[in-house]
Design a protein around this ligand. Structure first.
Ligand code: AMP
Ligand code: MG
Length: 404
């Protein structure tokens, strides 16, 4: 059976083969809506940062040499406040009152914080502590210089980036357009969330977990509802879904008599590159493509769907977005209780992880198999159990995917 890594390589190699200049569009979004989007322009600082030598303490701008012996009394010759610098030159024996963010007046080379001073009169102050040269201030250009590239193409815009974009005067930002991702849930047993299941029926949950996973990855989910387990209904829904950049069909890809999804993929000329992965849960994951559309059949059990999406679909969406990092956010932990391996399949199963004594510690959580959302909800991670014989012993290092 195909290893997870090999399956992912196949998905990514198809994506690379289809990639051509201009395939995934860019768009301009307002700064306030750019969080988590993938940046598609280099951002160059339009000025030195800071723009001028500035105080980073409230206090007095001084010659540090004057404070070699303390206490010492200096003449106060003016005030520099944020937004309005002082047009003065501070000579030896003098100082200037200054506030955080205000320009350093000429001559001064340090700022002593107000807590270490004693104001004697409007034009004199006693300084109680020495300062080092450049203490209490930031020189012009210390953070970035005019013309310096501060953010590069491919970055997922984070909080600090957003602040930098604002500081650089970018009221709109060029980012990757979101790939459209069609979502079809299949099954004769499914009813919608607002409906009451009759005997033998269950509510459709996969459409909503997939919808959220698509959003988190950076795609634009398109819910196409429930496809019934008959050729006619699946044909019309899948035909519609093939219009989008990515089509996700949950359920109907196992060995059951009414698992018809692969047959319909074949009718529409979808080239299927794999339909089984050595993975638990998620074994009957199907991947193919047709024209410009990537097609996935995800096993219908709720946890299988979540895991398969995470392993195969999320990296593809990130690739389509031209993100510099398409890898899952895996972390490492020390195993606390033995975990049985399977020589046939790697497993991603619910686990409980906590940070204690300087590192993550993890153990598998109780769960009743790939339909058990309750078990997953009570866990906070998926632990990766490698495909091999035997047992992982406590103390071994394992990888996990945080789920909170
Ligand atoms: P299937 O992959 O179609 O054989 O479905 C496997 C299991 O997952 C069955 O027990 C289904 O009832 C369940 N299932 C399939 N689709 C969904 C869905 N959209 N929401 C919740 N459970 C589902
Ligand atoms: Mg089914």
């Amino acid at each position: 059976m195909l290893a997870i890594e090999r399956g992912l390589e196949i998905v990514m190699s198809v994506a690379k083969a289809k990639d051509r200049p201009g395939r995934m569009a860019v768009e301009s979004v307002p700064l306030s809506e750019s969080m988590s989007r993938i940046l598609r322009e280099d951002i160059v600082s339009d000025a030195d940062s800071p723009r001028f030598d500035k105080a980073i303490r409230d206090g007095f701008a001084v010659h540090f040499e004057d404070l070699a012996q303390v206490p010492v009394v200096l003449e106060v010759i003016g005030e520099s406040r944020a937004g309005a610098g002082a047009d003065i030159i501070v000579d030896r024996g003098q100082c200037c009152e200054i506030m955080t963010g205000a320009p350093l007046p000429a001559g001064a080379n340090a700022v002593i914080m107000v807590e270490n001073t004693e104001r004697l009169s409007p034009n004199s102050v006693r300084l109680l502590k020495s300062v080092r040269e450049n203490e209490g201030l930031l020189r012009r250009g210390a953070e970035a210089q005019e013309g310096e590239t501060i953010l590069k193409v491919g970055r997922r815009i984070g909080l600090a980036d957003l602040g930098l974009l604002a500081g650089s005067g970018k009221s709109s930002v060029t980012v990757s357009a979101k790939p459209s991702v069609a979502i079809i849930a299949t099954g004769d047993e499914l009813v919608e969330v607002h409906e009451n299941p009759r005997p033998g029926q269950i509510r459709n949950s996969n459409s909503y977990t997939l919808y959220s996973q698509v959003l988190e990855a950076g795609g634009a989910p398109v819910l196409l509802g429930i496809g019934r387990d008959n050729l006619q209904d699946l044909r019309s829904k899948i035909q519609r879904g093939l219009q989008d950049d990515v089509l996700l069909v949950s359920g109907g890809v196992s060995m059951g008599k009414y698992d018809l999804v692969e047959a319909v993929f074949a009718e529409f000329g979808v080239e299927v590159l794999f339909d089984k992965i050595a993975m638990k849960p998620g074994k009957p994951t199907v991947f193919g493509h047709r024209g410009d559309t990537y097609v996935f059949g995800l096993p219908g059990n709720p946890i299988s769907t979540i895991v398969s999406f995470h392993v195969f679909v999320r990296p593809l969406i990130l690739f389509l977005l031209k993100a510099e990092n398409t890898k899952p956010k895996m972390l490492e932990a020390e195993l606390e209780a033995p975990a049985k391996c399977d020589p046939e399949r790697a497993a991603l199963i619910p686990a409980l992880v906590r940070f204690e004594r300087g590192q993550y510690r993890i153990a598998t959580a109780p769960w009743k198999g790939s339909s058990d959302l309750v078990g997953l909800a009570r866990a906070n991670a998926l632990i990766v159990i490698p495909r091999r014989a035997g047992v992982l012993e406590p103390g071994e290092t394992v990888q996990f995917l945080p789920m909170e």
